[in-house]
Write a protein that binds this ligand. Structure first.
Ligand SMILES: *Cc1c(COP(=O)(O)O)cnc(C)c1O
Length: 360
């Protein structure tokens, strides 16, 4: 068996130890005589899996007690609508920060429900930086402020948590959750699709301060109401049980690896190496301002775009796969989430240098 280094932006790599444990437990979870996939979500076996996963996530992220942790479906994309439906709470307007493709999608959806104030946009610098706190034009009457801490496509990441005073801060953390410690108490809502840094696709984690729920917009479907899910322990309907279980294995694995402080060190190190390799060459380039560079998604271009296909072909032959950049920006993108081993980044850097020597 040979496993590749998969640089996909998502679904992405999972820790091999987690996949092996899932394999071991596939047919018979801990003597239950059944696979987790076959369990009733309300049975004692799955309840214990669900509770352990939540407890481990709470511990990893140091989530305060006045926050609910919801295990939902529908992806981060459903949250683009669920956030205004739940958080407007009788107010008309919300602030949004536009830093790229995913912010834009959140904005387009929110416009259907609220008066949208564009608190900042970096479109004039072609989304190659995060705005500074001083650039945010915040409305003190806004129901909430929404931003995207890490733009997965552009590779732009905030290196600070915006200060929004008493206005709840909402973060689409899909591609950076669990990459480092974050002070959860600074947020009203954190949401993330699971397929980047949490587990397999199909699960969406929402962390919401409990005073913000229960005041949905008229006409909100029950399935889009945070309160309905919170009251039912995320079992208002059948949750994505297997994805929840695998996420739990990932949380336990991260705890074993030293938690998010340890992940932050490893992630910073992996990213800095790769950016250094790009910056030290005349052949590769990354357009993002150094202080806004993502630790998780590293886009880069070759000096000659006609070599892109050859680069991808040779990389793939070495087991370095899914490096093609997003169709909207072209070039390459290396997504290096928690589960990408440092050896994978080293192998990429070595290949890049070799390719440059031959073709540069
Ligand atoms: C991947 C991604 C999404 C979309 O997630 P889905 O789970 O596919 O809906 C939204 N926002 C960000 C920042 C992402 O990286």
């Amino acid at each position: 068996m040979t496993r590749i280094y998969n640089f996909s932006a998502g679904p992405a790599m999972l820790p091999e130890a987690v996949l092996r444990q899932a394999q071991d437990e596939m047919l018979d979870w801990q003597g239950s005589g059944m696979s987790v996939m076959e369990m009733s979500h309300r049975g004692k076996e799955f309840m214990s899996i669900a509770e352990q996963a939540e407890a481990d996530l709470r511990q990893l992220m140091a989530i305060p007690d006045n926050y609910k942790v919801l295990f939902l479906q529908g992806g981060a994309s459903s949250q683009f609508a669920m956030v205004p439906m739940n958080l407007l709470r009788g107010k008309q307007g919300a602030d949004y920060v536009n830093t790229g493709s995913w912010s834009k999608k959140a904005i387009a959806e929110a416009k259907r429900y609220c008066q949208l104030n564009l608190a900042a946009t970096t479109e004039d610098s072609t989304f190659t930086r995060a705005p500074a706190q001083s650039e945010l034009k915040l409305d003190p009457d806004a129901a909430y402020v929404h931003y995207t801490p890490n733009e997965t496509i552009g590779g732009v990441e905030f290196n600070y948590i915006p200060d929004t005073g008493d206005v709840p801060l909402v973060a689409d953390m899909s591609s950076t959750i669990l990459s480092r410690p974050m002070d959860v108490s600074k947020f009203g809502v954190i949401y993330a699709g699971s397929q980047k840094n949490i587990g397999p696709a199909g699960l969406t984690v929402v962390i919401v301060r409990d005073d913000l729920i229960g005041q949905t917009l008229d006409g909100t479907p029950t399935m889009f109401d945070y309160a309905a899910h919170a009251e039912a322990g995320s079992m208002y309907n059948t949750p994505p049980t297997y994805a929840w279980y695998l996420a739990g294995l990932v949380f336990a694995h991260l705890k074993q690896q030293g938690g998010l402080e340890a992940m932050a060190q490893i992630n910073r190190n992996k990213a800095m190496k790769l950016y250094a390799a790009i910056d030290n060459s005349d052949f590769y380039a990354n357009p993002v301002e150094p202080e806004s560079r993502s630790w998780m998604n590293v886009p880069f271009t070759l000096a000659n775009a006609e070599l892109d296909a050859e680069f991808l072909k040779q990389a793939s032959a070495r087991g370095l796969q899914t490096l093609k950049g997003h169709r909207s920006v072209g070039g390459m993108r290396a997504s290096i989430y928690n589960a990408m081993p440092e050896a994978g980044v080293d192998a990429l850097i070595e290949f890049m240098a070799e390719f440059e020597r031959k073709h540069g």
